[in-house]
Design a protein around this ligand. Sequence first.
Ligand code: ATP
Length: 218
Amino acid sequence: MENKSFAVIGLGRFGSSLAEQLYSLGYDVMAIDENTERVQDSIEIVTHAVQADSTDEQALKEIGIRNFDVVVVAIGADIQASILTTLILKEMGVKRIVVKAQNERHGQVLYKVGADRVVFPERDMGLRVAHNLISPNVLDFIELAEDYSVAEVAISEKMHNKSLIELDVRARYGVNVVAIKSGRSFNIAPDPSDVIKEGDILIVIGQNNDLKHFEEEM
Ligand code: ATP
């Protein structure tokens, strides 16, 4: 396993869940929060947990924040603290900075002050749940660009035992099947003659509108 180390600043629901997951995957995780109680609560689920205000450059230096491969800023409500923290981390020369944003505007500012990646967990989860509600066959949905997404779709009965060429989803819906999941096996870049069986899951890519038609028909 790659020996990557992570620091997570801000132990709200998102930050603490991320820190716990990284730690349980076997990585070195330092959890940081200004709130002592939050720090106490995470002691058991990470490698180290410390109390510090991330807008205080000296405090970050003492922690040795520069030594981590990735630093995640998961401060939500206090937008000012999130921006200032990102700026300080950038100036200190942190290798990779990932920041959680509250909204698009916040995200734009974060990129300007040096974030390498900005994530929008609430927006993305809302999107996924919306697609799952439109069609229960949609298991997952990830936006790739403004108008392009990837969807994971459980096939309906009418698709059973049909080949991709018979279904002709590209011509009918304008979407491309990039993979077929069959139980534990994964058929990447399937052949047009490959047959879809009951229980299979299709990974499709396309424009949002085309995906929507496809999802509705499924
Ligand atoms: P979630 O939705 O993930 O629960 P949230 O949007 O509610 O997050 P907040 O509660 O605003 O997030 O912040 C997450 C954590 O960040 C809190 O535990 C808070 O104490 C911590 N935090 C806020 N500002 C700072 C700071 N300057 N330094 C360190 N920690 C901070």
